[in-house]
Design a protein around this ligand. Structure first.
Ligand SMILES: [Cu+2]
Length: 273
């Protein structure tokens, strides 16, 4: 059972171990390597066979929870001590502080949506972009063009008792999920993708390792919401019979045996510090 810590609280050796495991997964040539994760996010970005999985749907949160679990397990093949850290962007709001330091994610791109020039993922030799929605071969960022969500906005979202509501897409205004995902105010998750910019603003956003730290924080906020309102099956909707989305007991592809119901409880796999 792993403990996911805030990036700001990682020790130097913990940061080095995370970076090393990520780079080993990137260098893996077969199986579900780093680029498989990027491709999978792109595949599931929009609907597959008429079902929305990863975005603009109730399964936004459980799909990314399973995606993080799979990624973390892939890192742990190389180093069992590694857990994915989270980036609490209500606290760490600088383009040069945690987690965007030279010993973890590196800093901003140069000259506005340009290549990252510092840290372990700077330049195509250190970190080559192989699959993506643009032809850039090195990691790009354009940080700080908008304002990160605030702690007060997070508190307001965690106070919404309904998990989600019809019409179960980017137009839904009646639940927590779309406020968290960000197609309705106060727009938490989407705002952070835009704030980092560059690759993080695209469908191939997992090309930026910042993706994992951001989504770890989103998963942590969902866990906090569950702590307040319930980890039980009654706190995921729709329960059944809704076309085009993943109901409580329907498969979260590409993991055919995983369902929203099966990932509601996470404490036997990981907890949050
Ligand atoms: Cu995202």
């Amino acid at each position: 059972m792993g403990v996911r810590k805030s990036a700001r609280n990682l020790t130097g050796p913990e940061k080095a171990a995370f970076v090393a495991a990520v780079k080993r997964l990137k260098a893996q040539t077969t199986g579900r390597n780093y680029d498989w994760f990027v491709t999978t996010h792109m595949t599931y970005f929009a609907g597959v066979n008429g079902i929305r999985y990863a975005h603009q749907a109730p399964s936004f949160l459980p799909w990314h929870r399973q995606y993080l679990i799979e990624f973390e397990r892939a890192l742990q093949v190389y180093d069992p001590s590694v857990s994915v850290p989270y980036w609490d962007w209500t606290v760490d709001r600088s383009t040069s502080g945690a987690p965007f330091t030279a010993d973890l994610l590196g800093g901003n791109g140069s000259g506005g949506n340009g290549p990252v020039t510092t840290g372990p993922f700077a330049g195509a030799t250190n970190w080559r972009i192989n699959v993506g929605s643009t032809t850039a071969t090195s990691l790009r960022r354009a940080m700080g063009t908008n304002t990160l969500p605030t702690a007060a906005q997070v508190t307001s979202v965690l106070g919404v008792s309904a998990y989600d509501a019809a019409p179960w897409n980017s137009s839904a205004t009646g639940g927590m999920r779309n406020r968290m995902e960000g197609w309705t105010t106060p727009n938490l998750h989407n705002t952070v993708h835009v704030w980092v910019g560059g690759h993080m603003g695209q469908q191939d956003s997992p090309n930026d390792p910042a993706f994992w730290l951001h989504h770890c924080n989103i998963d942590r906020l969902w866990s906090q919401w569950q702590t307040r309102w319930g980890f039980d099956a009654a706190h995921y909707v729709p329960a059944s019979g809704t076309a085009g989305v993943v109901d409580l007991n329907e498969p979260l592809q590409p993991w055919p045996t995983v369902t929203p119901a099966s990932v509601l409880q996470h404490s036997s796999i990981y907890t949050y510090a």
